[in-house]
Design a protein around this ligand. Structure first.
Ligand SMILES: C[S@@+](CC[C@H](N)C(=O)[O-])C[C@H]1O[C@@H](n2cnc3c(N)ncnc32)[C@H](O)[C@@H]1O
Length: 335
């Protein structure tokens, strides 16, 4: 049985950008975004054993379902990443490294408030163009005509992409779970295929580091014991970034606290642990080394927000309770 760690890749800072060929030089590398149960990836990997296939999927249960299939078939040329494709394309994959990207039946996000998640929105087209080699393809199939047209038109207008195909009910050698579902309902399938034109970059520099490098020292006078009791469900927001503190745990010696924290940047969410080490004159806030999130805007916010809470607590003579960071109304994290 293949070890899980050989299939599900957890990118570490020192390994970024990832080697998309997994040291098998000379082979081609492809990616499927939103692979669902993984059957499309498995089909491709079986057909082309010399190529490398990557899958990015936001849903952990989908990753586990795909993992089961891959292990059952003993396939060693599929690698899975769990997370938001927008984030992974920009931060983890090398530019001009893929021979093709597939997207089968992505959610069309019909509501206006979710439209930023569409592949036709924001930086997503540039992030796709950036990781494709010149001459490589991006292929998207959908059952929603309006979405197919929107993707086709927006991506075709991108300076690094060129539309080569727009097909209705194209013949397909493999179907996916959603494809079968829509076809049984008599829906039509719309395929857009675009090629990456030339060399050149569309997206700015990568921004990530690993968060365990950041420490914040905050002066304080009294004990933190009462303070940590009051932070449950407090949090903050800054633009698209949102963070919330959850349960806390106290060390046996009573001089350190671990705070479960959920932080989201758009739809990319991370759960990790903040650590507060209490010393005589100050408190040291850092990321617990084993939780290792990416240092996104919301993770920085959670660190700085905690420092501000502690500062406010010990600066003010008022009993703690009216902290400047309350969990923002109307916004929610899924965890
Ligand atoms: C409608 S399902 C289609 C699944 C599969 N491709 C199929 O055709 O059966 C869309 C999938 O995309 C995933 N997804 C949505 N947005 C994503 C993103 N930004 N990054 C990675 N996966 C995403 C969802 O979790 C879901 O599993």
């Amino acid at each position: 049985m293949i070890d899980i760690r050989e299939i599900i890749i957890m990118p570490q800072k020192e390994q970024l950008p990832l080697d998309t060929r997994r040291e098998s030089k000379g082979t081609r590398a492809f990616l499927e975004i939103g692979f669902g149960n993984g059957e499309f990836l498995v089909h491709l990997a079986r057909q082309c054993p010399d190529d490398v296939f990557w899958g990015v999927e936001m849903s952990r249960s989908c990753v586990l379902r795909a993992l089961k299939r891959i292990r059952a078939e003993e396939l060693r040329n599929i690698f899975l990443l769990c997370g938001d494709a927008r984030f992974i394309l920009k931060e983890c994959l090398p530019k001009e490294s893929l021979d093709g990207i597939y997207m089968n039946f992505p959610c069309p996000w019909p509501k206006k408030k979710h439209s930023k998640r569409r592949v036709s929105s924001g930086e997503f087209p540039s992030e796709i163009a950036d990781v494709l080699k010149p001459g490589a393809f991006f292929e998207l199939v959908t059952d929603e005509e309006w979405y197919g047209l929107e993707v086709r038109n927006v991506l075709a207008a991108h300076p690094l992409l060129e539309l080569t195909e727009w097909l209705i009910n194209p013949p397909r050698s493999v179907t996916t779970k959603y494809e079968r579902k829509w076809m049984e309902m008599g829906k039509r399938i719309y395929l857009s295929r675009l090629l990456r034109k030339r060399a050149g970059s569309a997206v700015g520099q990568r921004s990530l580091g690993r968060a365990e490098e950041v420490h914040i020292r905050v002066p304080k006078k009294g004990s933190l014991k009462d303070f940590v009791n009051t932070i449950h469900n407090k949090g903050g927001e800054k633009g698209d970034a949102l963070w919330v503190y959850k349960r806390f745990y106290e060390s046996a010696e009573g001089n350190a606290y671990i705070i479960e924290t959920v932080a989201g940047d758009g739809s990319f969410e991370q759960k990790f642990f903040l650590q507060i080490v209490e010393r005589d004159e100050d408190a040291l806030i850092k990321i617990a080394p084993y939780s290792s999130p990416f240092l996104t805007e919301s993770v920085r916010g959670a660190l700085e927000g905690m420092a501000l809470l502690i500062e406010t607590r010990f600066r003010s003579a008022e009993p703690f309770g009216d902290a400047p960071f309350e969990r923002p109304a109307g916004k929610a994290l899924s965890q």
